[in-house]
Design a protein around this ligand. Structure first.
Ligand code: ASP
Length: 311
C-alpha cells in the first residue's frame, strides 16, 4: 500500500538513464549524464496525493564515482530523510557503480525510510528506453508503506544493498542478488515482497565523514594463477592503509601473495580476505591469519574497511 499526502524526493546523479545518443538506434555509443533529473521525471506519475521533488546532486557517468559525490549524496539523503513529510527517496544513478553506492548509503544511513537506487541500461534517447519504467517502479517502492533501508530497483526486481551485484554488461536485467534472492518484485504496479527490509544501525554517521581527501586509502588486489607479492609491497611502500584481497574460492590465496599480505599486516596495514567468486561467502576458520570479509564482495569489503579506518 502507498503512503499519501507526502513527498518523494528524487535525487539525480547522472548515468545512462540520463544519457543521450545521436540516434535512437544507438544503445552503446551514447554519452551518460546529459539530461537533468527534472527532464527524466516528466511523464513519471506518482500515486494520487504524492508529490515528487527533484534535486540534481551530481551529473556524472558512475564509472567516475568519487568520495566527494558520495559524501554530498549521503548528506542530501540525510537532510531529506529528516523531513517528516518525506516518505522516501529515489536516487537515479549509473549502473556501473550502483552496487557500491547502495552499500555505502546503507552503511552510513541505515535509513528507517526507503532510499531506492535505480538507473537504466539504455540511454534516454533509445527507441525503447528502460529508464522510465525503472524510475516509475522506484517511485512506487519509495512510496510503499513500511519499506525501509537502501535498495536497488531494476527490471522489476528489488535488490537489497548487500546482495546486489551488476552481473551483465548489456542485458536490461543486469542485476542479481545471487543465491540470497531479491527482496521483492514490482508486478503491474504492485509490490510482491519476498524478504524482509534490511534494518540496523549505520556503521558511521554521515555527519562524521571526513573531507574526501582524508578518506583512508584502501586498495583491492586479486589472487590468481602466477600471483606474486610485488603489487602489495609497492602499495605498502606507497602508504596504503588497507588492503582487500579478492581471494580464490573460500578465501584461499596464492602462497606468494599471502606471504606479502601477512608482511603488510605485520607492518600495520589492515587486510581483509573476500572472494572473487560471484556468489557465496568466505567462511572463517580458527586458523585464519588474515580476517575474512564474510558475505561482502571485494568492492563492499573495501567500503566497509574504509569506514572502519576513518579516524
Ligand atoms: N557508464 C554508465 C554509468 O554507470 C552505465 C550505466 O549507467 O548503465 O553511469
Amino acid at each position: 500500500m502507498q503512503v499519501s499526502g507526502q513527498r518523494i524526493v528524487v535525487l539525480g546523479t547522472g548515468g545512462t538513464i540520463a544519457g543521450r545518443a545521436t540516434s535512437p538506434a544507438d544503445a552503446v555509443g551514447y554519452r551518460a549524464a546529459e539530461l537533468g533529473i527534472a527532464e527524466l521525471l516528466q511523464g513519471v506519475g506518482a500515486a494520487e496525493g504524492l508529490q515528487l521533488v527533484a534535486e540534481q546532486v551530481a551529473q556524472i557517468d558512475s564509472k567516475d564515482m568519487d568520495f566527494a559525490v558520495w559524501r554530498d549524496l549521503a548528506a542530501r539523503c540525510a537532510h531529506w530523510l529528516a523531513q517528516a513529510d518525506v516518505a522516501g527517496i529515489v536516487v537515479t544513478h549509473g549502473t556501473d557503480t550502483m552496487e557500491e553506492t547502495a552499500f555505502f548509503l546503507q552503511s552510513v544511513l541505515a535509513p528507517a525510510k526507503p532510499v531506492v537506487l535505480t538507473g537504466a541500461m539504455r540511454p534516454a534517447t533509445a527507441a525503447a528506453p528502460d529508464g522510465p519504467g525503472n524510475l516509475a517502479d522506484a517511485v512506487l517502492v519509495a512510496s510503499t508503506r513500511g519499506a525501509q533501508g537502501v535498495s536497488v530497483v531494476f527490471a522489476g526486481a528489488v535488490h537489497g544493498p548487500v546482495d546486489v551485484r551488476k552481473e551483465h554488461g548489456t542485458r536490461l536485467d543486469a542485476f542479481s542478488s545471487g543465491d540470497a534472492g531479491v527482496l521483492a518484485y514490482v508486478e503491474a504496479g504492485r509490490l510482491r515482497q519476498l524478504r524482509a527490509w534490511l534494518q540496523g544501525a549505520p556503521a558511521r554517521a554521515v555527519a562524521t565523514l571526513p573531507e574526501p581527501a582524508r578518506w583512508p586509502r584502501v586498495e583491492i588486489v586479486t589472487s590468481h594463477a602466477g600471483a606474486g607479492g610485488a603489487i602489495v609491497r609497492a602499495l605498502v611502500a606507497d602508504g596504503v592503509q588497507g588492503l582487500v584481497v579478492a581471494a580464490t574460492g573460500n578465501g584461499t590465496l596464492h602462497h606468494a601473495l599471502e606471504e606479502a599480505l601477512l608482511q603488510a599486516q605485520d607492518r600495520g596495514v589492515a587486510v581483509r580476505r573476500s572472494s572473487r567468486c560471484a556468489q557465496g561467502r568466505v567462511l572463517a576458520h580458527a586458523a585464519d591469519r588474515l580476517p575474512a570479509a564474510g558475505g561482502l564482495s571485494p568492492l563492499q569489503a573495501r567500503i566497509a574497511l574504509m569506514l572502519e579506518l576513518m579516524a
